[in-house]
Design a protein around this ligand. Structure first.
Ligand SMILES: Cc1cc2nc3c(=O)[nH]c(=O)nc-3n(C[C@H](O)[C@H](O)[C@H](O)COP(=O)(O)OP(=O)(O)OC[C@H]3O[C@@H](n4cnc5c(N)ncnc54)[C@H](O)[C@@H]3O)c2cc1C
Length: 407
């Protein structure tokens, strides 16, 4: 069974009056999605594994994910769904541990699930099912989980020495699965990056991704009283395009289309929003039967967008003329409304962290450091970031499983 310890209550050796070093085959820092998957794979292969988790319980992010139902994978997972300085890096791990592998595990535990849209698989009941499954698998594999275990120091002697308060852990293998910087309120820290630097590995600048945009004061004044209004749009930036919902917020814009494009956006860039993808909005007005006036134009746009948004947008972008060229210009604007976000909501609201440990430093098959044998990095701390829709968990499972099988 899983031995779950609170490191503050592990007993002192009565003879030495000190904590003895706890020796394992592998230490995994971070009991999130990637760390638990790595632990259960290594445990199944007979390795004595300890997971050291800073929080009072493992898998906190899994529990809140997908609105509490955990979008645990995506059946259309392809390497193109991931962002990295090296777009080829994730291919090997993703091919070696696929959505079908994770679905098989979910089905083995008889967890009911459903496809929502676009291949996204969610639990029918709650994310708790996924946590119970991972904890059960770890228990069966003999994994030891130490919670409330905050690491102060990591040293490399003949093996890795990990110091947490009064405790010391030792193992020839160390796996870093401490996640990114997103949601500091839930305990995210830069620990993984600092440790990578300590061992001479380079980092691609971490940045918030899958994050809402904020507007400058002027645009906020123009649009944000419409907070709650949403529309089906196509959003483009940096050669990428996503067609999904956009939502106006009190500070800017959000919704799946915006979250997706935010992962590609860089400060200062404009984002092109197509308000009626694939449609010719002014076609009727250009014909002989429909009058050319603001009422007809409003009603044409109402076919694609909510009334309140149409009224505001037309107030701010009235046609320059009711001629064919004036209408053509308006049509162009409808399909390419350029917005320059003032910034993003930052790590406080970002679903993931892009950037991280440079993939050039790691083996694509095992996630082991090329410079420091025995040191592995998995999950969000690595410079691999998934699109919205279950891809980030799939990366956590795949990178965790590949490392776990190599320990
Ligand atoms: C609100 C929200 C909803 C999400 N929903 C989804 C979704 O539905 N589908 C999807 O695919 N992705 C989703 N994500 C993204 C997904 O949760 C992450 O990509 C994934 O959890 C990353 O796994 P990880 O194991 O690398 O890191 P984490 O899950 O962040 O785990 C890292 C663990 O390390 C621990 N830790 C940190 N520092 C230390 C330290 N110094 N010592 C010991 N332990 C430490 C942390 O406490 C944490 O438990 C969501 C993210 C958020 C914020």
């Amino acid at each position: 069974m899983t031995l779950q310890f609170d490191s503050q209550t592990v007993p002192i050796n009565p003879i030495t009056q000190q904590f003895d070093a706890l020796v394992f085959d592998a230490l995994i820092l971070g009991g999130g999605a990637a760390g638990l998957m790595c632990a259960l794979e290594a445990g199944k292969r007979g390795r004595r594994v300890a997971v050291l988790e800073r929080a009072e319980r493992a898998g906190k992010k899994i529990l809140i994910s997908g609105g509490g139902r955990c979008n645990f994978t995506n059946i259309h997972c392809r390497p193109e769904n991931f962002i990295s300085a090296n777009p080829h890096f994730a291919k090997s791990a993703l091919a070696r541990y696929t959505p079908s592998d994770f679905i098989a595990l979910v089905e083995k535990h008889r967890i009911p699930y459903h496809e929502k849209t676009l291949g996204q698989l969610f639990c029918d009941r709650s994310a708790r099912d996924i946590m119970d499954m991972l904890e059960g698998e770890c228990r069966d594999a003999g994994v030891q989980l130490f919670v409330k275990t905050s690491i102060h120091e990591v040293l490399r002697t003949t093996e890795f020495v990990v110091r947490a308060r009064e405790m010391e852990f030792r193992a020839p293998v160390l796996v870093i699965a401490t996640g990114g910087l997103s949601i500091p309120k839930m305990g995210a820290t830069d620990f993984g990056y600092a440790l990578a630097r300590q061992f001479g590995l380079s980092i691609r600048e971490p940045r918030p991704a899958l994050v809402p945009f904020v507007f400058d004061d002027a645009d906020r004044g123009r649009y944000c009283d419409l907070a709650g209004v949403s529309a089906d749009v196509a959003v483009s930036c940096d050669g990428q395009q996503f067609r999904e919902k956009m939502l106006i917020t009190h500070r800017g814009v959000s919704g799946p289309a915006i979250l997706q494009i935010s992962s590609y956006w860089k400060p200062g860039q404009s984002v092109a929003i197509d308000l009626a993808p694939g449609s010719d909005v002014t076609a009727a007005l250009r014909g002989p039967k429909t009058p050319r006036n603001i009422t007809a134009l409003r009603s044409a746009l109402h076919n694609f967008l909510p009334n309140r948004f149409v009224n505001r947008w037309l107030d701010l972008h009235p046609p320059t003329a009711w001629t064919n060229s004036g209408l053509a210009e308006l049509e162009r604007l409808v399909h390419q409304w350029n917005v320059v976000p003032a910034g993003t909501e930052g790590f406080a609201k970002a679903e993931v962290t892009a950037g991280g440990v440079d993939t050039d430093e790691l083996s694509a098959k095992t996630m082991e450091s090329r410079k420091m044998p025995g040191l592995f990095f998995i999950g969000e701390v690595v410079d691999v970031t998934g699109h919205l829709g279950g891809f980030n968990f799939q990366w956590a499972w795949a990178s965790g499983a590949c490392a776990g099988r190599a320990l």
